[in-house]
Ligand binder design. Structure first.
Ligand SMILES: [Fe+2]
Ligand SMILES: [Fe+2]
Length: 291
């Protein structure tokens, strides 16, 4: 069976909505097919090539990769309250396996954190004997907007979720739709374009795997949001924040990429009927190449 049979919607080549009738099973099959090992990647060619890259290109790559080093650590840590919140939530389909899918996602996020830690240590040469020390070193290079989102907004929301003071819809709209669907997606898009010439083959190989994982995470987040039947107010806030979030990387992302990514959030919500289509945004998404 092809992937297409599992999906109700695809947007610009991205799967966004698994069919309602068997969506937990669908995600488990995606996960089973997409296992990879960040410890098995050979970074020796990347480490040799890194010092030979032009200074401006190294600055740009360092900024984005350091942002991922911080961000993936944060999402790996702060996904924990989501499974409990899913068990407590009232879901439209009364599906009982959502917490289990959060567990599958957490394993991916742990893998992503290990991948970017290896990149930081072995390619970028960030100092530190432990992952915690290297995370601190990465913060000196990561954009302030990214640090604010992943070390400020995300922990705050995760704490509120764990305490029952905010709901699953609010948590998912920040974590999956905004941080993964906008910020990470924009960074992956920029990195894969930059590394298309094969300059850092190990980094590119891992990034392609990370991006495949993140696609199902965003699709899962969208399904969670639908299940929670979010208010219009929450969706409007998400769309407003998507525009700001696409600016989080600062000048290392081309303006055209930032605009496309902000539009994509609207497009995903419109594709599943949560908001009305916006003609200009839909056209922009159709014109843009898939990452
Ligand atoms: Fe991730
Ligand atoms: Fe993710």
């Amino acid at each position: 069976m092809t992937d297409q049979h599992f999906w109700e919607r695809t947007v610009g080549g991205h799967f966004v909505l698994p069919k309602r009738s068997f969506w937990p099973d669908f995600f488990s099959q995606v996960v089973a097919r997409s296992q990879w090992n960040p410890e098995a990647i050979d970074f020796n060619p990347d480490a040799r090539a890194w010092s030979e890259l032009p200074a401006e290109r190294r600055r740009r790559l360092m900024t984005i990769l350091a942002g991922f080093r911080v961000g993936e650590d944060a999402v790996s840590e702060h996904i924990r309250p989501f499974a409990d919140a899913a068990r407590e939530a009232t879901l439209a389909s009364q599906e009982s396996l959502m917490a289990w899918v959060f567990f599958l996602q957490r394993r991916d996020e742990d893998r992503h954190a290990r991948f970017f830690d290896r990149v930081a240590a072995e390619v970028l040469g960030l100092p530190g004997d432990t992952p915690a020390e290297r995370r601190e070193a990465a913060k000196a290079h990561a954009p302030a907007g990214v640090i604010e989102l992943f070390e400020g907004r995300l922990p705050e929301t995760a704490t509120e979720l764990a305490a029952g003071r905010t709901g699953l819809a609010e948590g998912v709209s920040l974590y999956h739709l905004l941080l993964e669907g906008v910020v990470f997606f924009a960074g992956q898009h920029a990195l894969l374009e930059d590394l298309a010439d094969g300059a850092l083959p190990g980094v590119r190989y891992g990034l392609e795997r990370v991006q495949l994982d993140e696609r199902w995470h965003v699709g899962f987040g969208l399904r969670c949001l639908i299940e929670c039947q979010p208010s219009r107010e929450l969706l409007d806030e998400l769309l407003a924040r998507a525009e700001d979030a696409s600016e989080a990387w600062g000048d290392v992302l081309p303006a055209s990429t930032r605009e496309h990514i902000a539009d994509l959030c609207h497009h995903r919500l419109a594709a599943v009927g949560l908001v009305e289509p916006h003609v200009a945004a839909e056209q922009a998404v159709r014109r843009a190449p898939a990452a």
